[in-house]
Design a protein around this ligand. Structure first.
Ligand code: FES
Ligand code: FES
Length: 156
């Protein structure tokens, strides 16, 4: 099997894998990165979102050949319990989650948005989260949390 190299949360990473194996399978099954979740498995729910070269993308339908030499960031690379990302702090403050299954993907989509647009409007936040489904119906609180993180980052 070929060795595919990419950057994972800033660390050069190499994995021997079939090129058609999905990035999600490699992250979860081979590299112990468990934040991206398998939902639909068809690129339609956002539970598996990771940032690839700064854009939120579904890892469930990204083959490893397509991840080669790219910069992949997962929730593990955004923040930690000791040093949470502003979005993570805001999600806690707004209690913007219920079961939590969708939240990793939503935080990644929101982080990609704030990276390219640090002061989004509410409609821009809603558009950025449009590809992320939340079956618990927490979207309104999540939108508030993203706006809160943007506001707090702007004033810090
Ligand atoms: S599991 Fe990847 S988009 Fe749904
Ligand atoms: S918090 Fe349960 S699916 Fe979103």
């Amino acid at each position: 099997m070929p060795t595919i190299q990419f950057r994972l949360n800033g660390t050069p990473t190499a994995v021997d894998t079939h090129p058609d194996q999905t990035l999600l399978d490699v992250l979860r099954g081979r590299l112990g990165i468990t934040s991206p979740h398998l939902g639909c498995g068809a690129g339609e729910c956002g539970a598996c979102h990771v940032m690839v070269d700064g854009r939120a993308m579904a890892s469930c339908d990204m083959p490893m050949w397509s991840a080669a030499d790219r910069d992949v960031v997962t929730l593990e690379g955004l923040g930690s319990a000791e040093q949470p990302h502003p979005l993570q702090r805001a999600f806690i403050s707004e209690q913007a989650m219920q079961c939590g299954y969708c939240v990793s993907g939503i935080l990644i989509s929101a982080a990609a948005l704030l990276k390219r647009n640090p002061s989004p409007t509410e409609s821009e936040v809603r558009a950025a989260l449009d590809r992320n489904l939340c079956r618990c119906g927490s979207h309104n609180r999540m939108v508030r949390a993203v706006l809160r993180a943007a506001a707090e980052t702007a004033t810090s």
